[in-house]
Design a protein around this ligand. Structure first.
Ligand code: GLA
Length: 692
């Protein structure tokens, strides 16, 4: 059976994923109308859903109950426009004529043309496993102002109640999960910062208020875009829920140039009938199979020197740290900020990408060679989109930054943003990066981005374009570097998790999820990260205690056990660790290497919610291998603790743990594991089970 079916008589298309269906049709005026998104339906069943009556029909609302597939101004439409354009004569209402459809490379494309003006619109649908990817493209022969061009709009079937799940956060406190009833009216989630943002990640999950971690219907969508974005969820008085999303934020408009094709990023949608846990596992599968460049690889254990040295990097310190990291079993050594130009603090040098001559008198080569001699790969921190005003680059090219005539250039962290929408600036960045990687045998880049956009103008250029073209240039440079240096691996970072999205995950291998390395906070951060993004992309370091950001102390094993639930890395000041700590660290690194395939490639089950319980546990399953982490944060003495039950196991299966004890699947499923977490302070455990 085809994944895309068409009913020409009813002008309806049906898309089928393994466990869901998606349908839309054209109405008598050739407007695309949403029909169904949810449990599987056949083509004839979908036609029965179309054109339902709205009991509250009046002359003050759009007749009928159907929502538009990509809501646009024109006719009796009063909702949030996904598409808003203005022609040169001031007309903005859109009227379409259907121009056919095609299925090309597995993508359904439905074409519409404006009835009067030379504007063509294509709606794109691509099935990727359980996910429907959607995007929009526009083309015109005359200039057209684009006020809003969303990727897609999504509509829920009618349900009793509506609830919105999304993230809320800040720098060093990313991905906090918020789950609240959806208010009637319009709820907008947005980033105006030029990055996808620490404050709210570009995904939403909607349910009828009845889904749990393990059951119920959840509809979720995620934007593949690494810059400013907006998603507006509309909940009408009559109970309809629709949301629209895409790149850019309010008051950012673009000029469509004659002959240009304007293509939006992908907005991916997923329906799951098995709760928030099933939703996350499906997103993880999608990211692994269709987004990540090298999902089959195991991510190496990084040592990153940032928290150990701060700005005080030089050849001797880094070489010593590399030797200490190699002894613990690290596989990749990354030198962080402070190695180039006059960058001995955050006030100068950003933009001058040659090794600092006092710190590296013979250049980077000796350090790179020393790292390689330990059998480790070598990685380097870079922040290509930025410049300190106190730099040779800025002195030579003050016009290369985002700025506006007659306005201040607001510095944040003493830096300005280079305008990568300018082809000369993007070319400059690509050239030095290409040279740096090629000449020094660099295996890995940590691509950072440490401030939000302000005064995002471009005197002499088209201002609105910078919000889109800057990000496209970043994506393009990442793609070119990867293509030209096939063994190069890249970590995405924006002051931690400020630019975590499906767009950056398609071009990087892992994400530095947060600058906050405190293990207790990290449990919450990782819980939020994992709602959509898989553990095999989530870089997590073990650092010093007390933690430099929060001042809290936690045992080494606890810090390890938390970081081992993602891509384990090390970031402590190793020369200050005791022999006992180093010994314990080496054995935990060795343990991680054994369980790494299960953590990085397995299916994730969340056994407890860190917002509700001091005892949290996550479980990973890969074929017959199971790994469970238990973390207990400090709590009141004798507070009742519910032992988390395991999930995803065969009831009739038998599972041997690392001590040789065999457990019945049925017992683990109904009573969990009996782990010893003494006291009421920090405690943690990792249990490995193998099906026998
Ligand atoms: C950002 C990153 C950190 C570190 C510093 C260096 O904050 O997230 O990990 O690289 O920059 O300046």
């Amino acid at each position: 059976m085809s994944l895309v079916e068409h009913d020409p008589a009813n002008r309806l298309w049906l898309l089928r994923t393994p466990e869901s269906s998606y349908a839309f049709r054209l109405d008598a005026g050739d407007r695309p109308r949403h029909v169904h998104w949810g449990p599987p339906l056949t083509l004839s069943q979908a036609t029965q859903v179309a054109a339902r009556r709205n009991p509250a029909d009046s002359s003050f609302d759009e007749p009928g109950d159907e929502r538009q597939e990509l809501p646009a101004e024109g006719g009796a439409f009063f909702g949030v426009a996904a598409l808003a354009v203005r022609y040169e004569d001031g007309t903005s209402a859109l009227e379409w004529r259907y121009d056919g459809f095609a299925i090309e490379d597995g993508t359904l494309v439905v074409r519409l043309v404006d009835r009067h003006y030379p504007l063509e619109l294509s709606l794109h649908y691509r099935l990727r496993g359980d996910v429907v990817e959607r995007w929009t493209s526009l083309r015109a022969d005359q200039p057209v102002s684009l006020l809003r061009t969303d990727s897609a709009a999504w509509t829920l079937p009618r349900r009793e109640g509506a609830r919105l799940t999304r993230t809320s956060g800040a720098w060093s406190a990313e991905y906090g999960v918020l789950r609240e009833p959806l208010p009637v009216g319009e709820t907008t989630l947005t980033s105006r910062r030029g990055v996808s943002s620490h404050q709210v990640n570009p995904w939403v999950m909607l349910d009828a208020g009845d889904a749990t971690e393990t059951s119920g219907e959840v509809w979720s969508t995620a934007l593949a875009w690494s810059g400013s974005w907006r998603i507006t969820v509309e909940h009408t008085h009559t109970g309809r829920v629709t949301w629209t999303g895409g790149f850019g934020h309010e008051n950012v408009a673009w000029q469509l140039r004659p002959g240009e094709t304007w293509e939006t990023p992908v907005f991916a949608g997923l329906y799951a009938a098995d709760g928030f846990g099933g939703t996350s596992r499906r997103w993880h599968a999608y990211v692994r199979e269709f987004v990540q460049p090298h999902p089959e690889e195991l991510r190496p254990i990084v040592y990153n020197s940032w928290e150990a040295t701060g700005w005080d990097v030089d050849e001797r310190t880094e070489t010593e740290l590399a030797a200490a990291a190699a002894k613990l079993g690290a596989e990749l050594f990354v030198m962080d900020d402070g190695w180039f130009g006059a960058r001995t603090g955050d006030t100068a040098g950003l933009g001058d990408w040659t090794a600092n001559e006092q710190r590296f008198p013979a250049g980077l080569r000796p350090l790179v060679d020393a790292v390689h001699a330990h059998g480790m790969k070598f990685g380097l921190w870079i922040e290509p989109e930025m410049v300190n005003p106190d730099s040779d680059l800025y002195r030579a090219h003050p016009d290369w930054v985002l700025h506006m005539a007659n306005r201040e250039r607001t510095t944040l962290r003493n830096q300005l943003v280079l305008n990568f929408a300018r082809p000369d600036v993007a070319d400059w960045a690509h050239q030095w990066l290409d040279r740096l990687v090629g000449e020094h045998g660099i295996d890995y880049l940590k691509w950072d981005m440490n401030r939000a956009f302000t005064e995002a103008g471009w005197p002499g250029g088209e201002a609105g374009r910078v919000w889109v073209d800057h990000v496209r240039a970043v994506h393009r440079i990442l793609g070119r570097l990867r293509a030209d240096h096939p063994t190069l691996r890249i970590q995405g970072c924006a002051g931690g998790g400020g630019r975590t999205d499906l767009g950056i995950l398609a071009r990087t291998d892992e994400i530095w999820a947060s600058d906050n390395t405190d293990a207790a906070d990290r449990i919450t951060i990782q819980h939020g990260y994992g709602q959509v993004y898989p553990a095999g992309t989530m870089s997590a370091w073990v650092t010093d205690s007390p933690n430099p950001t929060t001042g809290r102390e936690a045992p080494l094993s606890f810090r390890f056990h938390v970081a081992m639930a993602g891509v384990l890395g090390l970031g402590g000041d190793l020369p200050r660790w005791s022999a006992a700590e180093l010994g314990e660290a080496a054995s935990l690194v060795a343990l991680y290497k054994e369980i790494r395939p299960v953590v990085q490639h397995g299916e994730l089950y969340r056994l407890a919610d860190p917002a509700k319980s001091a005892l949290t546990a996550v479980q990973y399953v890969l074929a017959g291998e199971v790994v469970v982490f238990f973390w207990r944060r400090p709590t009141e003495f004798a507070r009742p603790v519910t032992p988390p039950r395991l999930v995803g196991l065969a009831p009739a299966g038998r599972y041997r743990d690392q001590d040789g004890v065999v457990h019945d699947g049925a017992v683990l499923l109904s009573h969990g594991l009996d782990v010893d977490l003494p006291g009421s302070g920090y405690a943690s455990a990792v249990v490995r089970l193998t099906r026998v």
